[in-house]
Every structure is written in C-alpha cells, then in structure tokens.
Design a protein around this ligand. Structure first.
Ligand code: NAD
Length: 282
C-alpha cells in the first residue's frame, strides 16, 4: 500500500508528495539506488539532464515491473539548451534516455536571467509545446523567482505546474512559496535536509528525541505539513527506508513553527542564488 498523499497540479494531474531525488548519484550506482527506492515504495523520481543518470533511472523503472502509470518521473532541461531548437533536441534526448514513452514532469532547471539575453520566456514557451504535444504530461520551472514567474504570467498562456526551489528550515523561502500558492503553482522543495546540514541543529535533535523519530524524519515531516513536495536523496538503503516512513506521526504546530524559526535568510541557502547563477555545464 502506498500511503503517500497526492498533490493535484493546476493541469489536473497528480504528483506523489514524497519522492526520491537522484542528484549526485553516479550512473553506475543509480540503477541499484532507484530500484531500492521503488522496492521501498517510492513512486516519484526526480532526475535532470544535468545529473547524467536519466538512462539509469529509466532502466530501473522499466525493470521494476510496475505499471508505467504508477510512477511519476521528473526531468529538467540543462542550462546549455535554452534556445528553442536546442531545448527540443535536448527534450527528445531525455525521452530516449528514459525510454518510458513520456515524462511526467519536465522543468526549466534554472532561469539564467543573465544568459540568453534574459529570455527564459521563449524557453518556457517551448516547454509548453512539449506539454501540448503530450510527451510531457506536465511542465514547470525550477529556481524561478517571483519576478521571473510574473514575466511568464504576463507573456505566456500556461502557468507552470510546479516551481522547484530550495526550501528547508534554514531557508524557508516563504515569499516565493506564497506566490506559488496564490497562483496555482505547487512548490517542490529541493535540498529538503539542507544536504544534511540541518540534521545536527539542536532544535531538530530535541524534537527528534521527544517524538522518537530521526532528525531527517522530523525535517521531512515539517515539509509535508507545510504542503510542499519533497524528494530527499540518499543511496544508503536504511536511509532510503527511513526517509519514506513519514506517515505514522505528525508534528505539533508549535514544533512546525520552531523549525521554521531556524530561518537564516539569504545566509541559509546551500545552493546558488537564481538571480545570479549562470553556470552552463560542459
Ligand atoms: P538533501 O537535502 O536531500 O540531502 C541529501 C543528503 O542528506 C545526502 O547526501 C545524505 O548525506 C543526507 N541524508 C539523506 N537522508 C538522510 C538521513 N535519513 N539521515 C542522515 N542523513 C541523510 O539534498 P539534495 O540531494 O541536494 O536534494 C534532494 C533532491 O532535490 C536532489 O536529489 C534533486 O533531485 C533535487 N535538487 C534539485 C535542485 C534544482 O536546482 N532543481 C537542486 C538540488 C537538488
């Protein structure tokens, strides 16, 4: 039985609120890791062209014996392919590598406002074509700030289904989350554990001891109770299982508030600032 709640997107599709992220999982480890996650019960895998493991994700999904429709797979357009023709070729590459017929969700990975003459709008328009053509069941963005989303709203017809952004107790990102909520854009929280940094925080460990849960479970539960979609990453089988066991307890509202109170503003980011990030991988 899959006890993970579903979140409904603005296009009517649904996404499991808890998934499995595969950033930095080497291709040679990815089939085993994703297979383990699927055996544990995860039905949502978050990959990207940049992660270099789409082929292995697809292989693990096909080998699982699960029906294609039971599994939600996300991938993302790499930063070097924002121009429409390049985006189309790169998307076709994703479909080929995954080998799953379609992708459930395809995202613009970064807005890169200082690249491509600041034109992330054409890139988004190209993704909306993938959606209308049916090979991406849903399309969305990642690392878009409010100003970027406002431009998409003013200049295009399709509202992104999701915005995948950095969120964790040290970086609540609440203004951007609120914008999404007000405009029908689901927030997906990346680096939900702040890449492990938040797990030794005394507030987190105190709540973990009191509730009899692990620090990772407490932080992931915090995200779920705030309504965001999460996909923690681990290659360790015991942690893959631990990160999935989040549905037999709930945090008190006071503890949800205390964890949010760990906010450090911009200093809390573990990743780059989307307003200035301009990296194009080789
Ligand atoms: P995360 O916050 O999920 O942390 C992962 C790290 O935390 C692991 O490497 C491990 O060291 C530790 N960890 C995991 N489970 C643990 C447990 N139970 N106990 C103790 N330690 C544990 O960080 P992440 O991998 O950066 O983010 C998760 C996913 O988000 C990625 O795999 C990727 O899918 C996505 N992501 C997206 C973007 C983006 O730009 N869209 C950026 C970063 C990550």
């Amino acid at each position: 039985m899959n006890s993970v709640p579903s979140v409904t997107l603005n296009d009517g599709d649904t996404v499991p609120q808890l998934g499995y992220g595969v950033y930095k999982i080497k291709p040679e480890d990815a089939v085993a890791a994703v297979s383990r996650a699927l055996e544990t019960g995860y039905r949502h895998i978050d990959t990207a062209q940049m992660y270099g493991n789409e082929r292995e994700v697809g292989e693990a999904v096909r080998a699982s014996g699960l029906d294609r429709h039971e599994i939600f797979v996300t991938s993302k357009l790499n930063n070097g392919f924002h121009e429409p023709e390049a985006a189309r070729r790169a998307f076709e590459g994703t479909l080929t590598k995954l080998g799953l017929g379609y992708v459930d969700l395809f995202l613009v990975h970064w807005p890169l406002p200082t690249r491509y003459g600041g034109d992330f709008v054409s890139t988004w328009r190209t993704l909306t074509e993938f959606y209308h053509e049916g090979h991406a069941r849903s399309v969305g963005v990642s690392n878009f700030q409010i100003a970027h989303l406002e431009r998409l709203a003013a200049e295009t017809d399709l509202v992104p289904a999701v915005n995948q952004i950095e969120v964790h107790p040290y970086f609540n990102n609440d203004a951007l989350r609120a914008y999404g909520q007000a405009h029908g854009i689901v927030t997906e929280a990346w680096s939900p554990l702040a890449r492990g940094e938040v797990l030794d925080d005394p507030v987190v460990t105190e709540i973990a001891e009191r509730t009899g849960k692990t620090a990772a479970q407490v932080v992931l539960r915090w995200h779920l109770q705030r309504g965001d979609v999460v996909f923690p990453k681990s290659v360790t089988p015991s942690r893959i299982a631990e990160n999935f066991a989040l549905f037999d307890f709930a945090l008190e509202p006071a503890d949800v508030a205390r964890l949010g109170g760990l906010e450090r503003g911009e200093d809390g980011r573990t990743g780059p600032n989307p307003d200035t990030f301009d990296h194009i991988p080789d």
